[in-house]
Every structure is written in structure tokens, then in C-alpha cells.
Ligand binder design. Sequence first.
Ligand code: B12
Length: 225
Amino acid sequence: MSEILDKLFECVEFGKINAASPYPPQLKGQDGASEYTQKALAQGFSPAEIMDTALIPAMTKVGQKFSENKIFVPQMLLSAKAMNAALVYIKPYFSSGEIKRKGTFIMGTVNGDLHDIGKNLVCMMVEGAGWDVIDLGVDVGPEKFVESLKQHPDAYVGMSALLTTTMPNMKIIIDAIREVNPKTKIIVGGAPVSADFAASIGADAYAGNPQEDVEALERFREECA
Ligand code: B12
């Protein structure tokens, strides 16, 4: 890999957003993901090459480190921010069709629940892994999920719940989705949710963290190919 893409990988892995950002201390005063992405494009690297050899592998590594408790929420948030700073320059190529998205992921925190920190992390990591993400926000009931699925019938769905009192709403939403689109793959997550609970409400997968979510989406994509 070229030095510039190595540097971009490092910026995303360690959460160096741009030249002005003081974090992480070992990269203080150096360019960040924003500058390196612009430089890489100016030097003729294709957006797809930048995504596939620097940005996505860096986010995959971040996801793995988070799964293994080697880094924690603040570090992952900074990495996701660095990724987003890079994506600002890459996104125009998604809309032009030069880069293909892997698919669409519709995500929301279920009705009655306002916790969105985990959901936002999942959205950022999934977007960083090359998916189009539709974030429906918090307090999302069955109607909104179904409406979004009507607009994106091939999308995969993710739901988050942080309250034991809102976990049952996941089943109501799944039942509503199955009525209109029985084949939609649905992933559930959130601190009180477990694999057993996911199975009991008819979800297709449980994922404990954003990395597992990305892996489940990749599995579903391969199954559908
Ligand atoms: C921050 C917080 C709040 C904030 C939320 C701010 C926000 N914008 O989200 C505020 C102050 C608003 C809040 C309010 C309340 N909260 Co609160 N809150 C928390 C707290 C401290 C942290 C949650 C958090 O953000 N964690 C960090 C994120 C990164 O972790 P996470 O959400 O679990 O997400 C990770 C995974 O679960 C996973 N994930 C999450 N969603 C999904 C989805 C998918 C598809 C996948 C694959 C993965 C995934 O990925 C993330 C990264 O690994 C927790 C305690 C705790 N330690 O968890 C209590 C907690 C969740 N809250 C609790 C309660 C009771 C409430 C209130 C009812 C309090 C009250 N009496 O008003 C209200 C409810 C408001 C409502 N209707 O939702 C209880 C829930 C208890 C229970 N058994 O249900 C907890 C556990 C605190 C406690 N110990 O009592 N809360």
C-alpha cells in the first residue's frame, strides 16, 4: 500500500479527524483523515481504492479492537468521525455511481426508547463498511419501519433497544415488517438484548456490537447473492 493510504489507515484507526484535531496525542500537528483523503484523490488514487485499501480495512480493525475490549466507545467514536471526515470527499463518487454501495441498511431505536448512542455508532460503522444507511432516529414505531421498507424493499433492517420495557416493541415491529415483506433480514441489538431473545421474537440475527452487525450484514448479502 502507498504511504499516503497507510497514513489514512492510521488516521482512521486512531481517530485523527483533521490537522486541527489534537487527538490522538501521537499524531498531534499532523494531517488527519480529511487532508489525507484529499491528497490521495489529488494524487490519482481512485475513490474505490481509497475505500477498499484504507478506509474500510481501518474501520474493520477498529470494530475488531472494540469487540475485543482493546478500545472503548470514545476511541471508536473518534475513528467513526475520522471515517466521516474522509467520506465527505468520497461520497460524491457514490452518487455518481463510480462506487457501488453494498446495500441499504435501515436502522432505528424502537418506540418508547430514546437511547441513541449505540444506534449512532452502529450506523457510522455500517456506513464506514460501505453500506447506505437510513437512520430513522429514536422512538421509531412499526409504521415508520414499514414505510421506509416500502421505499427500499431490498434493505436490511436493524433495531436498537436499551430499555427492558421497550424490548417487546421489537417483536411488534418484526411482525409488522413480516406482513409486508416476509423475506426482510432483521438484526436486533442493544444492551439488554440477547441471542435467545432475538430468536424468540423471530429476528434473523442478534449482534452485540457494530462489528458483529457488519459481519451479519455481509453474511446475509452472501446468502442472497
Ligand atoms: C446515556 C443513557 C441515557 C441517556 C440517553 C442519551 C442518548 N442520547 O442516548 C438519557 C439520560 C436520555 C437516558 C434516559 C433514560 N434512561 Co438511560 N441510560 C443511559 C446509559 C447510562 C448509557 C447508554 C449508552 O449510551 N451506552 C453506550 C452505548 C455505546 O452502548 P449501547 O447503547 O449498549 O450500544 C452498544 C451495543 O449495545 C450495540 N447496539 C446497540 N444498539 C444496537 C442495535 C443493533 C442492530 C446492533 C447490531 C447493535 C446495537 O452497539 C453499541 C456499541 O457496542 C445506560 C446505562 C448503561 N451503562 O448502559 C442507561 C440505561 C439504559 N437507562 C436506563 C433508564 C431506566 C433510563 C430512563 C427510563 C431513566 C428515567 N427514569 O427517566 C430514561 C428513559 C428514556 C427513554 N424513554 O428512552 C436503564 C435501563 C434499565 C432497564 N433495565 O431497562 C439503564 C441501563 C441505566 C440503569 N442501570 O438503570 N439514559
